[in-house]
Ligand binder design. Structure first.
Ligand code: HEM
Length: 420
């Protein structure tokens, strides 16, 4: 579908074939991002997700992501993931009504520990690093849909002072900019101060700081690069992964036969004396099928992140202009009845029947395309699997009960519009 919004060409791609033809096979042309001056002004300009394709910063950050979050690197985080998931099980026991908030705490606490070596001891929801990051994310989202705000479309508006009537967006941006600076700086300074005092907290930031002989002499630019890199890990990973886990709870309560099937598998393989560990994964294939189906039926980023083209390209008889915004309609791709018969049905068995290999995984579009595909996929997958297997091993996920009639009350899903 081709649209033109205020002169900007946009192509919404709704089939996997077209998405792969453009963003994978023609990755040299379709791996850029649309410019987003507002995000740049708020302080996200150097975040990997917004960097223009091919510039040295992009190449460096993708390499670092691969080194620290690739499938072999993430095995060293298994202990942190298992430990945090067990704490999460305990919180579910103490306060089951707060499960949405605790899912957030679970994911955020894993990511800050992996990124900064910072281990949250109490309730993650009250932790200062988490609350500052949430504040930054909230104030950023109040500025509008990044790439689509009036100031993104008319960048010259950025020179109009914030006090001029109608410049509410600029006032919000200034507030968001302060929050982003604080959120990126606090955990980084904490990790750096530990390092300066000779305390090593194994983490991505500590490994990256190891490259400097004298931390007091780090340049401002190098510090900014590390801050934004770790901040991108946190921000790219938290809302997406927590949304997927929340959807898992929803799907389990609505599909109790599936839940029972998974619990039987866990009980027969793992037994009743211990909880499932990452090493058990190859023996528990049904949990993998549930994981895929949760991601398919409600992709956490239903429209992905927009790509942009760098030059004009002919495709199926059409001419796609240079600087077109390419919006992958992942939600629609995951509802294609040819690949997923009866697509509205939550049916993990569809993967048992198909027996796909990793190379032709039909849900791979959920993590994006080609050279911009999500670098956190393996890490997210590991957090999701460990959480799902452990929750199923320890609990039944049931609907709440009407206090008067005693009837089961099933949740009615509602979704908000937005990136996630
Ligand atoms: C279920 C969890 C997740 C989902 C569904 C998801 C999905 C996505 C999608 C659709 C994109 C856009 C890809 C494209 O442009 O083609 C993306 C990009 C990205 N994701 Fe994820 N993601 C998840 C978890 C994570 C985690 C855990 C991290 C980091 C720890 C992460 C970091 C990133 C980054 C940095 C990018 C930007 C890559 C670039 O622009 O080159 N994501 N993700």
């Amino acid at each position: 579908m081709f649209l033109k919004a205020l002169g900007r060409p946009m192509i919404v791609v709704s089939s996997v074939d077209a998405a792969y033809d453009l963003m994978k096979k023609k990755g040299a042309i379709f791996s850029d991002r649309p410019t987003a001056p507002v995000a740049d002004m708020i302080g996200w300009g150097k975040a990997l997700s917004l960097l223009l394709y091919g510039q040295p910063q992009f190449v460096k950050q993708r390499r670092l992501m691969q080194e620290h979050l690739g499938s072999s690197a993430i095995r060293s985080y298994d202990k942190i993931v298992v430990n945090r998931v067990q704490k999460f099980l305990h919180r579910l026991w103490l306060q089951p009504d707060e499960f949405c908030q605790d899912i957030h705490g679970l994911v955020a606490s894993i990511i800050v520990e992996v990124a900064y070596g910072y281990s949250i001891s109490g309730n993650p929801a009250g932790d200062k690093f988490i609350t500052e990051n949430e504040r930054a994310a909230r104030l950023t989202s109040l500025c509008g849909n990044i790439g689509f705000t009036t100031m993104d479309i008319f960048p010259s508006l950025r020179y109009v002072p914030a006090c001029v009537p109608g410049m509410g967006l600029k006032r919000k941006m200034l507030e968001a900019r302060d929050a982003v600076r604080t959120a990126l700086t606090l955990p980084f300074e904490w990790a750096k101060s530990k390092k300066v005092s000779g305390i090593n907290m194994p983490s991505i930031i500590h490994t990256l700081l190891d490259e400097y002989d004298d931390l007091r002499e780090m340049s401002y630019e190098d510090e900014m690069d590390l801050k934004i890199f770790a901040g991108t890990v946190y921000n790219g990973g938290t809302d997406t992964t927590r949304t997927a886990i929340t959807m898992f709870f929803l799907m389990m309560v609505l599909n109790r036969d599936v839940q029972k099937h998974a619990q039987n598998e866990i009980d027969s393989i793992v037994g009743l004396d211990r909880l499932p560990l990452p090493e058990d994964r190859p023996s528990l294939p049904y949990i993998d099928c549930i994981l895929k189906e949760v991601l398919r039926i409600h992709p956490p980023a239903p429209l992905g992140l927009a790509h942009a083209s760098t030059k004009t390209h002919e495709y199926r008889g059409w001419s796609i202009p240079a600087r077109s915004m390419i919006i992958p309609n992942i939600w629609h791709m995951m509802k294609d009845a040819n690949t997923f018969p009866d697509p509205e049905k939550f049916d993990p068995d569809r993967y048992v029947v198909r027996g796909d290999t990793a190379a032709d995984d039909p849900i791979s579009p959920v993590f994006g395309f080609g050279r911009r595909a999500c670098p956190g996929k393996a890490f997210a997958d590991s957090i999701m699997w460990t959480t799902m297997a452990n929750v199923l091993a320890a609990y039944d996920i049931l609907p709440s009960r009407d206090p008067v009639t005693g009837d089961d009350v099933y949740p009615v899903p509602e979704f908000e519009s937005g990136l996630i």
